[in-house]
Ligand binder design. Structure first.
Ligand SMILES: [Zn+2]
Ligand SMILES: [Zn+2]
Length: 140
């Protein structure tokens, strides 16, 4: 179910309004872990309605770039090059009720000292991870 949702970074200078689902994915890869200091949890947004503040884009690899707040450094979004869809950090959203973790990406790279509490989601590895990240939804 898509709806208009709002969010902001830690210092409040970046605020955004997006059309987004109520589901999100978690990524266990090393890049995400280092980029945000832990598990990256992202919401693949259908549309970015508006965004304020300074988001600095960083090309993190050949296939994707990431945006962070120019004032506080909060990890704001991730965007694969071959899609127009931005994945915003789930933790940035104002309303934290009624969300559902539906997929875990790069599960084979997950450090063995933790596991997510909710195990109803589907864990993807390898190419399945890229596919799930691009489409932001589960296979039917
Ligand atoms: Zn900020
Ligand atoms: Zn990742």
């Amino acid at each position: 179910m898509y709806a208009e949702k709002t969010g902001s970074c830690a210092c409040g200078s970046v605020t955004f309004k997006v059309i987004a689902p109520s589901t999100y994915g978690a990524c266990h890869c090393e890049m995400c872990r280092r980029w945000c200091g832990g598990i990256w949890m992202g919401v693949v947004c259908e549309e970015v309605v508006s965004i304020t503040g300074t988001v600095i884009e960083w090309k993190s690899s050949k296939i994707a770039s990431r945006g962070f707040c120019g004032d506080c450094g909060s990890s704001v979004w991730h965007k694969p090059r071959h899609t127009q869809k931005f994945t915003f950090g789930q933790g940035l959203f104002d309303d934290q009720s009624d969300w559902r973790l539906t997929r875990e990406l790069f599960d084979e790279l997950r450090p063995n000292h933790y596991a997510l509490a909710e195990r109803g989601q589907k864990a993807f590895t390898g190419w399945g991870t890229l596919w799930a990240a691009l489409l932001g939804r589960l296979p039917r």
